[in-house]
Design a protein around this ligand. Structure first.
Ligand code: ZN
Ligand code: ZN
Length: 189
């Protein structure tokens, strides 16, 4: 990666670039850029397979900056139920109210709770959008990815992926016989 690319990776918006009508930023980053973010999450099972397109709108009132953003990309992950690999499109809209760091006492990172997440600070005369994007990408990947809402999972007996075919194991009998016993018990009472 050359220097030019590195500085472009900064994605910094200078305050004096934000005019009264706002500032718009539309760009994309390649999948390596996204994968670098995933590298920081432990035990992650997400791989970016597509570039990420980013749109950001920024407005400013004095030193307060309002940022509205949207990104979309596609990641590859595996289903927690059937373990199949699948591609998941991710699109997210996010908002940040940013205030100048000198106007608000900077809290140590761990004291900022989740409710304050959308209130952040910037330092100096520019806003680095990368940490905000990082945060949003991490927040928007599912912690329980499913290949489909109605994923049938894996047969606990033979290990067959039940989305692809049905196995011969008879699981119904196990559950129904339990119900039969319960029914009989309640009838006896
Ligand atoms: Zn699945
Ligand atoms: Zn089976």
């Amino acid at each position: 990666m050359d220097r030019l690319e590195q500085s472009r990776n900064d994605l910094k918006i200078r305050l004096d670039e934000i005019e009264e009508s706002g500032y718009r930023l539309s760009c994309s980053r390649n999948k390596d850029w996204v994968n670098n973010i995933f590298k920081d999450i432990q035990n992650t099972d997400f791989t970016s397979i597509d570039e990420i397109s980013i749109q950001i709108e920024v407005f400013r009132v004095g030193k307060d900056v309002f940022l509205k953003g949207l990104f979309n990309t596609t990641v590859r992950t595996s289903c927690v139920k059937c373990l199949d690999s699948f591609d998941l499109p991710i699109e997210a809209i996010f908002h940040y109210n940013l205030c100048a760091a000198d106007e608000k006492e900077l809290l140590p990172e761990k004291e900022i709770n989740k409710a304050d997440l959308d209130l952040s600070c910037y330092q100096g005369d520019s806003i680095d959008v990368v940490p905000l994007l990082r945060e949003q990408i991490i927040l928007n990947v599912p912690s329980y990815p499913l290949c489909q809402e109605a994923c049938k999972g894996i047969c606990p007996q033979c290990g067959l992926n039940l989305n692809h075919s049905l196995c011969q194991c008879d699981k119904k009998e196990v559950t129904s016989s339990r119900f039969e016993i319960l029914k009989e018990l309640s009838l006896k009472q």
